[in-house]
Design a protein around this ligand. Sequence first.
Ligand code: SAM
Length: 285
Amino acid sequence: MADGAARDAEYSRRVAAVFDLVAPGYDLPALRFFPFAADRLIARINPRRGEKILDVAAGTGAVALAAAQAVAPDGRVTAIDLAEQMLVQLDAKRRKFGIENLDVHVMDARHLDFRREYFHHTVSSFGIFFLSDMLAGLREWARVTRLGGTVTFTVFGAQAFQPMMGLFLSRVQAAGVTFPENSPRRAAERLQDPEVCRSLAVEAGLTDVSVEREMIGYHLRDTNDWWEILWNSGTRAALEQLTPEQQDALRTVHDAEVAALASADGIYLNVETLVVSGRKQAGSR
Ligand SMILES: C[S@@+](CC[C@H](N)C(=O)[O-])C[C@H]1O[C@@H](n2cnc3c(N)ncnc32)[C@H](O)[C@@H]1O
């Protein structure tokens, strides 16, 4: 295997391993910003009954489950993700809710096993920054989207999770964790700029590109809720680089600094979200 391909495969393996680990806790109430953001994304594309939708990096199905209801009964949603355990959770919810128009596949977002121009809409919520080459990924998503259809993704805005996330990142970095330029963390930081999102979509060949800012905020009850977010989402990758003793020590000091931010209502979680959407037109690649 060529060096680049081997590096890519190893990168994907590590991303999938983290999400397999967090899957059981991913739907805890503290992390309800994922389904809240999914609702905003669905409202943006306004799917119609009968349409076919692809949810890329679907996770436990926040977008896919809502989309399946929107296009039912004759429309269909396909959900793909690299992490099998995330899809196990999705499938359990699909069965629990009796949703029959939703298919689930383990698949890499960078190489979709679908024919070109198959889906009316391709969506991905908080997935794009996990791709080592985001532009190539977005072009691949556009490839499987019909002419006139949309490609829509969400990313976190600059204020999302602040000031807690800044405090947490300082703590893990002080403990020796680094975030290389090609890490999801750095990619997510670059995408906090709406103009970077817009340029990416335009460069991928999409037209009528819009970037809308959605504020999704709520109060966490206590520092335990905040730790549940850190432990059961992508930030787990950083914590996994520490020993259990280092994790405990970090949590003690970090809990104290986050507790100091609490008001009578709890600890406010700001989830500034950017919804980026463009249309595939004739001539789009
Ligand atoms: C932050 S979660 C978002 C999940 C879901 N879209 C949501 O909004 O709740 C990111 C997801 O991207 C998936 N992922 C990361 N890289 C991927 C890739 N190359 N192909 C497919 N899925 C990927 C992870 O396994 C994880 O489930």
